[in-house]
Design a protein around this ligand. Sequence first.
Ligand SMILES: Cc1cc2nc3c(=O)[nH]c(=O)nc-3n(C[C@H](O)[C@H](O)[C@H](O)COP(=O)(O)OP(=O)(O)OC[C@H]3O[C@@H](n4cnc5c(N)ncnc54)[C@H](O)[C@@H]3O)c2cc1C
Length: 545
Amino acid sequence: MSKVAFYLQEHLLGEVMTSSDAKSYFSTDNSILSIDPLLVVYPRNENDVRKTARFVWQLAERGKIIPITARGAGTDQTGAAIGSGMILAFTAHMYRILEFDSKTGMVKIEPGINFGKLQQSLHTHGRFLPPMPSSGEYSTVGGAVANNASGSNLVKYGDFKNYVSKLRVVLANGEVIVTGRLSARELNKKLGLTTFEGEIYRNLDTLVEEEIETIRKQDMPVVKNNAGYNLIDIKRKDGSFDLTPLFIGSQGTLGIVTEIEALSANYNPETVLLMAFCDNTEQLQNIVQELKELPSVPSSIEVVDGNLLSEAVSINPNALTELIEKPYPSFVVFVEFDIAAERQLKKMIKKANKILSNHASNVRIEYDKSEQDKLWKIRDTSSYVMSHNNESSRSIPLIGGGAVPINNLAKYIDGIYKLFEKTTLPPAIWGHIGDGIVHLQPRLDIAQVGDRQKVFRLIEDYVELVKSLGGTISGEGNDGRLFTPSLHNVYPTELLDLFVKVKNIFDPYNLLNPGIKFDTTTDDLKNLLRHEYKLSKLYDHLPRN
Ligand SMILES: Cc1cc2nc3c(=O)[nH]c(=O)nc-3n(C[C@H](O)[C@H](O)[C@H](O)COP(=O)(O)OP(=O)(O)OC[C@H]3O[C@@H](n4cnc5c(N)ncnc54)[C@H](O)[C@@H]3O)c2cc1C
């Protein structure tokens, strides 16, 4: 055991691991990248996190840099949950529900809690936390907040900014702060503090005031944008100030979250599902645009293309038996409503039916829950494609985390097909079409030199495509390590410089998840590329996206 591990184990309640098995397990997340950590810490409580951060800060003051990467379930697809220093694994001990107020729906939780389990508990009270990613059954709420993750209901419910009201955060120097929206008066008090927290508020307030014009350039006409840091929502016109939106989506690069306070929403399990077939991308775009103009938007607007269905059936010939007939349509669209008020629901179904009938065929409306589940099975064939391997090639989560403006959807999907054509890979897409988010996981064998080169060509072409359509590369996904070299394609240099200044305010020694959002080049990625890609950590569940 190294001196560092020895010291930590002496001072922490939680365990410190340096075994090669532990390091090997934590050397990968769900991305194509790999980094061996120095050691793994399983904090038992916030005090353990605080002590670890304090120790690391003191080492940095003496010139020794050992970074910290906070980690939930490690399902991140961009290499944001791996790092060369200490991995702080939250799933072992810090997974409790601390408080729930059934009147307001407020829930207080530790970051390592499994999202699916939290959701189950909330359902028993008629509530839910809407931005649950498809990976929620096996990932944590802490990881979801740090990634600003979202699910298929983003189109109606939005992302974590709408639900998280407060965070407890351990700062780089080990100090603990509680975030939340502060009035101008409360902000003044913070500005007077002599602590690191006070320094952060002073520097950030000055920066936000001075750089307001640059910050406005972050605004994009997309449903969700996780690229860089969310600076837009920190200070409002009324002078109120909140660090919460900045920490959400910052991927553990500004502080380590130890407690989350969120406001859950009313849950209505009584849904109605409409399904229809489309021939082309123009029809698809028209449907989405018109559905989004409804007075009550659907809770999901999803799509799968015929290529995905054909691929699923080639893997499992009975995957779609009695669900959908061959020849498969170009696209199958799913539109779900979860409106509780019956009259309003009826009205919206009528309108949605009209929109679908105008632009698509085979419209079906399903009220029965078990019939709906059958139809959703068509959407979920993506799991066959994602989890199947053919000799050594498999579906790789590489590109597809971006989001484009809805009026560019048709061009986006056409562009994606061209991208597949260029690399001679079989095309298949699915995703949250209502949000301008489409998933694609090209089938590659990253042990082969040719396919390893394709990885970077695909990323380059994908980023170019998204950029040309005014979109963001980090829509559903986040920058992580994989898209850090592409950030200059999304934002002007002055905005990127501003992100560096923000990072320096919170983390002057670059101790918190370095390499994420900054300081990673394409050459660095080439060195970190795994020689094999496996979903072995996910097979307890079926990966869906
Ligand atoms: C099959 C599949 C489907 C997916 N579907 C979706 C989807 O629908 N929507 C979506 O948005 N994403 C999706 N993802 C991506 C990913 O699963 C989610 O982002 C998930 O929320 C990450 O949670 P996690 O617990 O695995 O976090 P991790 O992967 O462990 O970590 C994610 C990030 O959070 C940081 N972090 C973790 N805990 C803390 C903490 N306490 N303090 C500060 N930082 C912390 C990590 O450092 C890292 O940067 C999917 C992934 C897979 C494999």
